[in-house]
Structures are given as C-alpha cells and as structure tokens.
Design a protein around this ligand. Structure first.
Ligand code: HEC
Length: 196
C-alpha cells in the first residue's frame, strides 16, 4: 500500500515534470520560430523610432549649418523617416504589444484614429522634406527656409494651427521639419510613458 502510494507520487511527479517540460518547449520553440512575437515587434518599432531620431538629427544638423549640406544624405534621412512613419508605423503597434515592458501606452488601442493620424502627419511632412532635396542639389535654397515665400508660413507658426494635406505640400522644408518634430512630441506626450 505504502509502496504503491510512493510509486504513484513518483509517477505523478514525473508526469508533472514532463508536462512542464513540454510547455516550456512549446514556448521556446514558439518564441524563436515566430518573427512576429510581441517582443520582436517591440524591438523592431523601437529600432524604427531610433532610426527616425538619427535621421532627424542629420536633417537638423544641415539646417543649422552644423553638418555640411549633402542633398543625397538629406534626402536619405527624410526617406528614412518616411519609411518608418505613416502606415508602417501604424502596423507596428498591435494591441498585444502595448503596455509594459514597452513604453507604448495601452491607451493607443482606444485612440487608434488619433494615433494613426499623428503617424500619417509625420509621413506627410517627411515627403515634403524629401522632395525639397530634389530641387536643391547644391545647397539649401532660400525657399527651403523657414518663413520663406509661403503666405501661411509665419501665420501658421503664430497660431499653431495644424495644416491640412494641401497646405503641407506648400511648406518650406525647414518649416515642415519643425512641424514634423512637433508631431513626434505630441505623440510621445500622449502615448508614450517611460517604464524604467
Ligand atoms: C503616432 C505616435 C508616434 C509618433 C508620430 C512618433 N513616435 Fe516615437 N515613439 C512612440 C511610442 C509609443 C514609443 C514607445 C515605443 C515602445 O517602447 O514600444 C516611441 C519611442 C520613440 C523613441 C525611443 C525608442 C527606444 O529605443 O525605445 C524614439 C527615439 C522616438 N520614439 C523618436 C521619434 C521621432 C524622432 C519621431 C518623429 C520623426 C517619432 N518618434 C514619432 C510613438 C510615436
């Protein structure tokens, strides 16, 4: 009787261990076989954000004269932001990846329209900045500069109103760049929280 109970315990224990092992195996295999696991998506979007920040620094450096203007590098940076914003950014935030350990707030899922609009605004501004490089192969032109030509340039800044698509296309690149950075900040203020 005693020994049968002991056998039984051993059996149960090994069954349990087996089950735990099986589950662990599924988890490990699952994690490495699925390129779309939440943690991979989080890592990928954080890398996208970093790439945009780097690109933004390059563009800012050229506008401020801290970096020599180079039309190709300027355009490449704008294209980097373009590539990682808009719809590409929208799909990098599926509901299962929101909240800790990521810095993306779970509120994103309740505010999709607002979030997506911010991501798309960044893309629109980046397109304007990229196009400007085509017309300025040798140096930053006067009409790329803040407040140049545009009838709306300074009034927009003064009132801080959000320009529509058609207006965005007419903005001097430097102005588009500053408005773009405001969209980055607006989204971070609303939808990002430091988790560490
Ligand atoms: C629509 C919202 C949105 C827009 C627009 C946006 N971001 Fe972000 N950004 C986020 C969120 C949310 C996170 C946190 C991501 C996470 O931890 O999973 C983040 C994180 C970052 C990070 C930290 C990445 C890391 O290593 O953890 C940087 C840098 C960054 N963003 C730069 C930018 C720049 C530059 C722009 C504009 C060109 C921009 N972002 C536009 C929402 C946005």
């Amino acid at each position: 009787m005693l020994s049968r109970k002991a056998d039984c315990d051993v059996l149960l224990r090994s069954l349990r261990a087996g089950a735990v092992l099986a589950i662990a195996t599924v988890l490990v295999v699952g994690a490495s076989a699925d390129p779309n696991s939440p943690s991979d998506i989080i890592k990928a979007r954080q890398a996208s954000m970093k790439a945009m920040a780097e690109a933004g620094k390059t563009i800012a450096g050229m506008f401020e004269g801290k970096l020599p203007y180079d039309a190709a590098a300027f355009k490449k940076s704008a294209e980097t932001i373009s590539r990682h914003s808009g719809d590409a950014m929208v799909i990098e935030f599926p509901a299962t990846t929101l909240g800790p350990p990521s810095a993306a707030k779970s509120e994103i899922d309740q505010s999709r329209e607002e979030f997506d609009a911010l991501a798309r605004k960044v893309a629109s501004f980046a397109t304007v900045i990229s196009a400007a490089a085509d017309k300025a192969p040798n140096g930053i032109t006067q009409d790329m500069r803040m407040g140049s030509s545009s009838s709306m340039g300074s009034s927009l800044l003064g009132k801080r109103q959000v320009p529509g698509e058609a207006d965005i296309a007419k903005l001097p690149a430097e102005h588009a760049f500053h408005l773009m950075l405001q969209e980055c900040s607006s989204c971070h203020a609303k939808f990002r929280e430091k988790v560490k």
